[in-house]
Design a binder for this molecule. Structure first.
Ligand SMILES: *Cc1c(COP(=O)(O)O)cnc(C)c1O
Length: 414
């Protein structure tokens, strides 16, 4: 990490960045939506491209001097289309939420009906939560998961038939099972709805061919680039050719101004990395690690929503322990494990307290953790939760976490 100039100009910010590096280095990151991007991606993101205005799209810009920017953005578009087998990609969304907003802007009018997954059941804010633009300006109906942690497709179908939504959204922020995109397509076709697949969480698994692709079925595929795909923070919206112009217009001038071309360069690099055989191995290890973690936790007597995970994440169900997600996420932080509280199906606690903790393996897998390390992580988690009042015990567990972190340094060095 080279902060040579920053240290001279702004010691305050430089010092906090260094502390954040140490925090990442010395803690086990189990937040399912986080990852550790490559130095190559960070170099692209920290480049002179941040100086350039490039409103519009390649070869149709509102500013001059875009000849190199155009090449970079076209490389990113091409790589996204190839990796996800879609006709068209717009790589300008500043985030996953912006990618989703573009689809809403393109195919809906305020008040139109949308069917999406409920936030507290694993959906995302931008899929129609009442506190998000998607829930404020559109008429949203939400489906959830059953007690076994599965989407009830027949229930989704019944809701679609009853409400006749114009857009159906599939994809989630906390769902541990394979998503059946074909079933969603059949339901969408039955009611004449557009289908949007938001693969923000599973993009890396889809890219590696380890989760079925929505490409044959969805009109729109949206994603983030910083989760399992391991790129810079940002979004991509992809679609069939017939929607390409409309989606581009929705991004600009619809909802955004100038694109972040330095981040787009980082996306291009990440998409190249994700197309390599090493990435397939990485994605396979993410799943192996998640299964090892889930099995380890169950062996320690803990409950997982829906039992064994089929992807990169799971939700620890704390109801039987009598403890809350909020308290236990804080206890895990004490032992050097970062994770977030999360609701479980029919959660008796409020969304601010919750009875669950979401755990994911993309970041630790990037560091090099293998199955046996995940078993150790499971033991640390279970011990911390079962003896959360034992300060000395927690101190000891933190040492065990640190030992794992030392074994697998991030970026090798600073
Ligand atoms: C993370 C996520 C998003 C939003 O991504 P941001 O970059 O945080 O805006 C959208 N959809 C799903 C399913 C997500 O998990």
């Amino acid at each position: 990490m080279n902060l040579e100039n920053l240290k001279i100009v702004d010691r305050e910010v430089a010092a906090e960045i260094e502390k954040e590096f140490d925090r990442q280095q010395n803690n086990i990151e189990l937040i399912a939506s986080e990852n550790i991007t490559s130095k190559a991606v960070m170099e692209a993101c920290g480049s002179v491209l941040t100086n350039k205005y490039a409103e519009g799209k390649p070869h149709k810009r509102f500013y001059n001097g875009c000849e190199h920017i155009d090449v970079i953005e076209e490389i990113a578009q091409k790589r996204a289309c190839e990796l996800f087998h879609m006709d068209h990609a717009n790589v300008q969304p500043h985030s996953g939420a912006q990618a989703n907003m573009a689809v809403f802007m393109y195919c809906l009018k305020p008040g139109d009906k949308v069917l999406g997954m409920d936030l507290s059941n694993g959906g995302h804010l931008s899929h129609g939560s009442p506190v998000n633009f998607s829930g404020l300006y559109f008429d949203v109906k939400s489906y959830g998961i059953d007690e076994n942690g599965n989407i009830d497709y027949e229930n989704v179908r019944q809701m679609a038939l009853e409400h006749k939504p114009k857009l159906i959204i599939c994809g989630a922020s906390n769902y541990s099972k394979i998503i059946d995109f074909k079933k969603f397509k059949e339901i969408a076709d039955e009611v004449g709805a557009y289908l949007m697949a938001d693969i923000a969480h599973i993009a890396g698994l889809v890219a590696a061919g380890l989760h079925p692709s929505p490409a044959p079925y969805a009109d729109f595929v949206t994603t983030t680039t910083h989760k399992s795909l391991r790129g810079p923070r940002g979004g991509i919206v992809m679609c069939k050719e017939e929607h390409a112009q409309g989606i581009d217009k929705a991004i600009f001038p619809g909802i955004q101004g100038g694109p972040l071309e330095h981040i787009i360069a980082g996306k291009a690099v990440a998409l190249l990395e994700a197309s390599k055989p090493e990435f397939k191995e990485y994605a396979a290890q993410i799943i192996k690690n998640a299964k090892a973690l889930a099995q380890g936790l169950m062996d320690e007597g803990m409950d997982i929503v829906g039992g064994m995970t089929e992807n990169h994440l799971m939700t620890l169900d704390l109801r039987r322990t009598g403890k809350t997600g909020k308290d236990m996420a804080n206890v895990l932080e004490k032992v050097g494990i970062t994770a977030n509280k999360n609701t479980v199906p029919n959660d008796p606690q409020s969304p601010f307290v919750t009875s669950g903790i979401r755990l994911g393996t993309p970041a630790v897998t990037t560091r090099g953790f293998k199955e046996e390390d995940m078993v150790e992580v499971a033991k640390i988690i279970a011990s911390a939760i079962f003896s959360s009042d034992n300060e000395l015990g927690l101190q000891n567990l933190k040492e065990r976490s640190l030992k794992l972190c030392k074994k697998y340094p991030i970026y090798g060095d600073k």
